[in-house]
Ligand binder design. Structure first.
Ligand SMILES: [Zn+2]
Length: 394
């Protein structure tokens, strides 16, 4: 990282101060109104135009806008809801009392990593570019309801875009933790349930008339659990994990049925059909050696399948972020994050909007002593500013 502070567009202190203000306002999902009111007051103080989009009065969203119609619209999306605090006594300082480590490198507090500090940077970007003559528009989608389903947050903003009440952006930056890597794709989410069928009986008849469904499920699980030998340069490997099992009715009854819940994360190129075929192939191989091995597969039981989504590398946004990383951080951009969950970025990609995740590193998100890494926040701000300059100033 460059140490030339004269290049810095945002000061380290300014970033920490904004993050601390946001951390100090509790905003677990469902209770975002106070923090969103603070955001609108901050915009008023700095002469920034904004609009509030509300599906649920308790969970408003604020869209801050600078610039004009003379070019593309670049959105930065950040959420200000957090998960609740489940273990207040495990915190060294209170979750809503922002605290800087002695060396100044970590900022502690609920939301410091996920993702108030990053959202604060987006707000500061709007202020930074307010008086710059832009060829296009810079917006911050400051949203609620990310930690739950997003239906009152980003999903609602997408509905407003579809209805023509909010401008459709060309590009979107997502500020969730990415360890300063360029996330141009996200794995898809696919739930599958598999019911293994046996034959219930008295324990004494387990070897006579019984067929133990738990034993069949165990074979099935062993066949499915493991590394999947595929790789995509933007998201890494697919993942399969059997995360729940339900079986048995009493200690003295051989179980006639066992159900497992499979969580499968897809990479670009994989489809529902290809994944189901892969699972069936593995289970059918077991069945080939065991005539009593029978199962039923239930695809997408909750109807919330999400395909893997990608913004191709030749997108002007991906190109601009990559160049910004080279220019500002002095290194070649890295792509996939080995551990990375889904973000609101998927909703933008589903609407055909080029989207890149780029955010800081941090630790203990959702846990006690959550922290954001301050050097990374400064770097994120530099990369955002340079990306904005490339796309909206040229
Ligand atoms: Zn988050």
């Amino acid at each position: 990282m460059t140490e030339d502070s004269s290049k810095r567009r945002l000061g380290r202190d300014e970033i920490i101060e904004m993050a601390s203000e946001l951390i100090a306002i509790p905003s677990p999902t469902g209770t975002e109104v106070t923090i969103m009111t603070w955001v609108t007051e901050w915009c008023d103080r700095h002469g920034l135009s904004y609009e509030v989009f509300t599906k649920d009065p308790a969970q408003p969203n604020v869209v801050i806008s600078v610039g004009n119609d003379d070019g593309p619209t670049l959105v930065m999306n950040g959420h200000l809801d957090t998960v609740p605090v489940s273990d207040p006594d495990a915190w060294i300082s209170g979750p809503y009392e922002p605290r800087l480590s002695d060396d100044g490198k970590k900022l502690y507090g609920r939301g410091a990593s996920d993702m108030k500090a990053s959202t604060g940077i987006m707000m500061l970007m709007c202020k930074l570019f307010k008086d710059t003559s832009l060829q296009g528009r810079l917006q911050a989608h400051v949203v609620s309801d990310e930690e739950m389903a997003g239906s009152k947050g980003t999903v609602f903003l997408m509905e407003e875009i579809e209805a023509g009440r909010l401008i459709k952006p060309d590009y979107c930056l997502i500020g969730e933790k990415s360890d300063l890597k360029v996330r141009n794709a996200e794995r898809g989410l696919f739930q599958i349930e598999i019911v293994f069928h046996g034959r219930a009986s008295h324990t004494a008849a387990a070897r006579v008339t019984g067929i133990n469904a738990i034993a069949k499920a165990a074979k099935g699980i062993l066949a499915l659990e493991g590394d999947i030998d595929k790789f995509h340069p933007s998201v890494g490997k697919p993942v399969i994990s059997i995360n729940m099992i339900e079986a048995g009715v009493a200690h003295n009854v051989v179980p006639g049925e066992a159900k497992i819940h499979v969580d499968r994360r897809l990479i670009p190129g994989e489809t529902r059909e290809s994944v189901v075929a892969e699972i069936r192939e593995k289970l059918d191989a077991v069945a080939a050696g065991d005539p009593d091995f029978k199962y039923t597969l239930i695809e997408d039981p909750h109807g919330d399948f999400i395909p893997a989504n990608i913004t191709e590398e030749d997108s002007p946004l991906v190109q601009a972020v990559q160049q910004a990383v080279r220019d500002e951080l002095g290194r070649e951009p890295e792509f996939f994050v080995a551990w990375a969950g889904a973000t609101d970025g998927r909703f933008y990609r589903q609407h055909g909007i080029d989207t890149v995740g780029f955010g800081p590193g941090g630790e203990n998100a959702h846990g006690a002593n959550e922290a954001g890494f301050v050097d990374d926040l400064v770097a994120e701000a530099d990369v955002y500013a340079a990306t904005i300059e490339q796309l909206l100033i040229g």
